[in-house]
Design a protein around this ligand. Structure first.
Ligand code: NAP
Length: 284
């Protein structure tokens, strides 16, 4: 029988741990603060930003919301980030992506002080992950490592295949699995025979962005399957990159959608905010 990896329960556990740490800092007079910037009013971004604010309120982190109009210029956004970088009472800065076309995303990511980059997207943090140094790690892949560890699934010596090589999921996922001593292969849209490669995996991570693309033909009997995808199907129901019904019976463990990877991203963001505060405290 396949184990269903419960992202709801594990993310709740992490949020409780963070909440206790935030309360302990508050008792010492510290107010951990996250600045959340949204440019424009893309409905999906508004939902994500709303969920992040709610999570902050739940764990006791102060959130400062900056809701900027769609026509905001790159210069205006960079000026705001420079101000927030300087503020001693702001510990984390998050800019909700995607940004409107007139703003260069890379310039914005590079402008955030790496010590406040709780999304883990700044090249300095990505470089730190690459070279095994301390830094912020992108929340979704960091959450997947927690899902595996807290479900008692070891990574060491396992054949791991990640389908997808984006900067926010696929690449950091591969680096984290490598750090945990997995043997890692990354597939992308130009990979030959993705099915054959995926079938070698003891741990298969699907971050491909294609609804239900990963069918049982991609999965070795007894593999662990992690589904990063989030999509709405024709009936407006959530589904992932994995065709859950056909794949689940062949796995030893699998994440559902919803209730798998999704809730972990925000829990790890909260965790990173506490790390950002600790960093500030150490350098005061
Ligand atoms: P993305 O930027 O669109 O990247 C998709 C990756 O899949 C690319 O590297 C692409 O290859 C590869 N790919 C596309 N078609 C392929 C194919 N037929 N065979 C093999 N590889 C293929 O997506 P993302 O931002 O990484 O996100 C992936 C999924 O996770 C999406 O469904 C997204 O909504 C979801 N997501 C969920 C969370 C969460 O909190 N749960 C967070 C972030 C993302 P190329 O590089 O060659 O184009």
């Amino acid at each position: 029988m396949s184990q269903i990896i419960d992202g709801k329960a594990i993310s709740a556990q992490i949020k409780e741990e963070v909440k206790a740490q935030v309360a302990a800092y508050r008792d010492r007079g510290a107010e951990i603060t996250l600045a959340v910037i949204q440019v424009g009013n893309d409905p999906a971004s508004s939902v994500y930003v709303g969920n992040k604010k709610k999570a902050c309120a739940y764990v006791g982190i102060r959130s400062l919301a900056y809701e900027l109009p769609e026509e905001t210029t790159e210069e205006e956004l960079l000026t705001l980030i420079a101000d927030l970088n300087e503020r001693g009472d702001v510990h984390g800065i998050l800019v909700q992506l995607p940004l409107p076309a007139q703003i260069d995303e890379n310039k914005v990511i590079n402008a955030i002080d790496p010590r406040k980059d709780v999304d883990g997207f700044h090249p300095q943090n990505v470089g730190a992950l690459c070279t095994g140094q301390d830094g912020f790690v992108s929340c979704t892949p960091a959450g997947i490592i927690q899902l595996l560890k807290r479900s008692g699934i070891s990574i060491e010596r396992k054949e791991c295949v990640v389908i997808g090589r984006s900067n926010i999921v696929g690449k950091p996922m591969a680096l984290l699995l490598l750090k945990e001593n997995g043997t890692v292969t990354v597939c992308h849209s130009k990979t030959k025979n993705v099915k054959e490669v995926a079938k070698r995996a003891d741990i298969l991570v699907a971050a491909v962005g294609k609804p239900r693309m990963i069918t049982e033909e991609y999965v070795k009997e007894g593999a662990v399957v992690i589904d990063v995808g989030i999509h709405r199907n024709a009936e407006n129901k959530l589904c992932g990159d994995v065709d859950y019904e056909s794949v689940a019976p062949h796995t030893s463990a699998i994440t559902p959608v919803p209730g798998g990877v999704g809730p972990m991203t925000i829990a790890m963001l909260m965790y990173n905010c506490v790390e950002a505060y600790r960093f500030c405290e150490r350098n005061q």
